[in-house]
Design a protein around this ligand. Sequence first.
Ligand SMILES: [Zn+2]
Length: 73
Amino acid sequence: MKSISPTAYGAVSGRPRCPCCNGATNRIARRWVDMLTNIFVPVRRYRCREMRCDWEGNLRNPPSASLPTGLRD
Ligand SMILES: [Zn+2]
């Protein structure tokens, strides 16, 4: 796993933005139905941190964290 840069994990920059308000998101626990979805499409569940937005949903994994460099293309 040394091909993945340290910034791919835990960094704020690697987290997707809220599609509703473009705010920061928190990762939350998946529901069972999300685990089924994850079999076909690698997704993670996120919730918007903005109180007034309160968006919650699944987003694709960041490309940098899903596949090691070299296996793509
Ligand atoms: Zn939002």
